[in-house]
Design a protein. Structure first.
Length: 723
């Protein structure tokens, strides 16, 4: 098999021309991040190539000869005028994209190529930025505060002739100009659309000393080597109103600049890797239909190159490719709808921090379950580059967006209202996605039955509310999403589709079928979830965080226990927003001291205490600022000094309801009386062998109690699901 790529090269000005012409044949794949360079970075790049330093290599994708009307991978043209402000759709682009012929896409290097287009490609090329962005780049400092009105200016890159004369006067033959000091972003006063009315505009106005850098670049391209440039430079200066008296100081330096710097820069040979089109890649076997043989492996290879390519410090994702197609098939309205859904979900659960590609992945699951035309399950790798199936998904989402949007947000809210938070009670978004798919598929079935949606949706949501905790909790404990995730999601999607195909006009029957499926999902998780709880342990101190969902559910099994646990974490001692974490009851550091104490070196229970210190039986949910595990202070001291008499908190009630024996809570303390008040303080020397033995036994008993009651709760869920 031949290579999927080859090494190629082109002159720098040829690449710029292909990317910036009115019929551009070098494009940017839509999944690429936006242009992010600032004006100072553009000057630095121009300075580098004028010094003869390398532009750097590129990675390109050759799409081959595109036929008129053929579908291309989602793409965008380069900017001629980069808009750092909101502008009408398409404004500032280089022009029409090529519709036929060889099309390339830039996979790596678009920031550099775009920068040179803005600096050199045309007289009107430049950047349209808010005043604050211009100031930050020009003054090289962060601008604090915000202006009442955000003004903007359009800047273009000029050679400051006054500074250039200073740099080259008397030494121009040596050509030692510091180009970064001679280049300046300036604004034409008569430029249409310049709206900056601030008292101090960040950009200088174009004056007689400013010569557009792109005009020198064009002169270098259009003038053959060896041709005297004096007349052309005179004409150029005439067009810029430069007084004749100064020209003797400019003619030779400018000619040197063009001959010795700009021409070598434009002719610099840029090397790049070029991903071959299918027919040349080795994935296609001659004489056979490419759509049937070779196309899928080729597309998978391209997807993997996309996803493995490091771009801006992160890896591109398959969801970004999907999102790119959605933008094409559903236009900007679809992108805005998905981004709004992303924002709405993040408002529901502060731990989400979802991005658009996260939501796209979840929407793919919903679509594959709810669209009766989709038979393959969630999107496959080999479907991303052709985009046919992705565009079908986009069309389905567009037509059913109201049900999808409301179903997704309602499901997320029901999960959160059941006190289930992402990253604490569950770790995978697949569990949430399948619940949302369950609700959307059910609503579409109800809609087909001409049911009154609001009434039967409410009944269905009561079902969801009843089963959301068992499903989210058990799928987390069972480790469903740890291995073969895509396969397991596909299995449940298939089950959803089977239920959706049941033809019924009875809304009650539809709800019942979907409820039965949700119960089945819960029952299927039972064995693995029970094994997880029975073996629940942590080897390291930092691993005790895995107990969070188990301890939180255990606290809720008894109302009085829940009330006491909430008092401890909702106290007024610290900010209500402070995070609740799994902490030790007998501190790790205290157990280490016991294990290392010479008094107990021959006492087996001392080492056993250290072995048990990270067990579930020695942990509770407490405010992060307690941080018991890192100190040698016993829990009782925290309870009596930080929480007593706050919110009517009583340490004895807390310890009793949470099953914390006094041999654990008061381990390493003594009671003292001062000013007729009794309180506890640490006294390590008072610890005896009997104290250690009692503490070890108490931890074991509490560990058994927690696991026993959680296993009983699982059985209770299963029995209820089986009725």
């Amino acid at each position: 098999m031949s290579e999927i790529y080859k090494t190629d090269e082109a002159k720098l000005h040829e690449l710029i021309t292909r990317a910036s012409s009115s019929n551009a044949s070098i494009l940017i794949p839509e999944l690429q991040r936006p242009y992010v360079w600032n004006p100072r970075q553009v000057i630095t790049l121009v300075d580098s190539i004028l010094r003869g330093w390398p532009f750097g290599s590129l990675l390109m994708w050759n799409l081959g000869d595109i036929q008129p009307g053929a579908e291309m991978f989602p793409n965008r043209a380069f900017w001629k005028i980069f808009p750092g402000i909101e502008v009408p759709e398409g404004e500032g682009k280089v022009g029409d994209r090529a519709t036929t012929g060889g099309i390339w896409m830039v996979l790596d290097g678009q920031q550099r190529l775009q920068s040179l287009i803005l600096a050199l490609s045309a007289a009107e090329a430049g950047m349209k930025l808010p005043d604050t962005d211009w100031r930050e780049s020009i003054e090289n400092r962060r601008i604090r505060g915000r202006a009442a009105t955000q003004h903007w200016q359009q800047g273009e890159l000029y050679l400051d002739l006054d500074k250039f004369k200073e740099q080259t006067s008397g030494k121009y033959v040596k050509d030692t100009a510091e180009y970064s000091d001679c280049l300046v972003w300036a604004c034409r006063d008569n430029h249409p659309g310049t709206k900056s009315t601030a008292s101090k505009q960040p950009l200088v106005s174009v004056g007689k000393q400013h010569l557009r850098l792109s005009s020198l670049w064009d002169l270098a391209i259009t003038t053959p080597s060896g041709v005297n440039l004096e007349t052309k430079i005179h004409n150029l200066l005439d067009s810029h109103s430069e007084p004749n008296v100064d020209r003797k100081y400019l003619l030779e330096p400018l000619q040197n600049l063009i001959d010795r710097r700009i021409k070598p820069a434009k002719d610099q040979v840029v090397q790049f890797l070029l991903l071959e089109p299918l027919e040349s890649s080795g994935y296609h076997r001659p004489g056979e239909e490419s759509s049937q043989n070779g196309l899928d492996p080729y597309n998978v290879a391209i997807v993997n190159i996309f996803t493995r390519l490091n771009q801006g410090g992160r890896s591109l994702t398959k969801e970004e490719i999907t999102f790119a197609w959605i933008k094409i098939a559903w236009n900007t309205e679809g992108a805005a709808a998905i981004e709004k859904l992303c924002d709405d979900l993040n408002l529901i659960d502060r731990n989400f921090k979802l991005k658009a590609d996260d939501v796209v992945r979840m929407l793919s699951i919903i679509w594959s379950a709810a669209d009766e035309q989709r038979v393959k399950g969630p999107l496959q790798d080999n479907e991303l580059i052709p985009g046919i199936e992705v565009q079908k998904m986009a069309g389905w989402l567009r037509d059913n967006w109201h049900l999808v949007d409301s179903g997704f947000t309602t499901t997320a809210k029901i999960v959160f209202d059941n006190k289930l938070e992402y990253q604490t009670h569950y770790q995978s978004l697949n569990a949430l996605s399948l619940l949302a798919a369950w609700r959307v598929a059910r609503d579409i079935s109800l809609k087909k039955a001409n049911a009154t949606l609001n009434i039967h949706q409410e009944n269905g949501d009561n079902v969801l509310d009843a089963w959301v905790q068992p499903w989210m909790t058990l799928s987390h404990w069972a480790g469903v999403w740890g291995e073969r995730t895509n396969e397991k999601v596909a299995e449940r999607v298939k089950e959803l589709k089977l239920v959706s195909k049941i033809l019924s006009t009875n809304p009650v029957a539809i709800n019942k079928e979907f409820e039965s499926l949700l119960k089945k999902w819960v029952v299927d998780l039972t064995t693995e979830a029970k094994q997880y709880i029975a073996n629940l342990s942590a080897d390291r101190r930092s691993d005790v965080r895995r107990y969070y969902s188990a301890l939180d559910l255990w606290n809720s099994l008894v109302p009085q226990r829940r009330a006491q646990a909430d008092k401890a974490v909702l106290s007024k001692h610290s900010a209500s927003s402070e995070k609740v974490e799994v902490d030790h009851i007998v501190s790790y550091k205290l157990a280490e001291r016991v294990s290392n104490d010479d008094r107990f070196k021959n006492f087996s229970s001392a080492n056993e205490l250290l072995d048990l210190i990270n067990s579930c039986g020695n942990c509770a949910l407490l405010k992060k600022n307690f941080n018991i595990s890192r100190s040698d202070t016993p829990l009782w001291v925290f309870l009596t000094t930080k929480l007593k008499q706050i919110n009517d908190f009583q340490p004895e009630d807390y310890a009793r309801e949470l099953g914390i024996d006094i041999s654990m809570s008061k381990f390493g303390t003594i009671d003292v009386i001062e000013d007729n008040k009794t309180f506890s303080k640490i006294d390590f020397e008072s610890i005896t062998e009997s104290d250690i033995a009692a503490c070890v036994q108490a931890i074991k008993m509490r560990d058994k109690l927690v696991k026993k009651e959680l296993l009983e709760k699982i059985d209770q869920w299963v029995n209820f699901a089986s009725t």
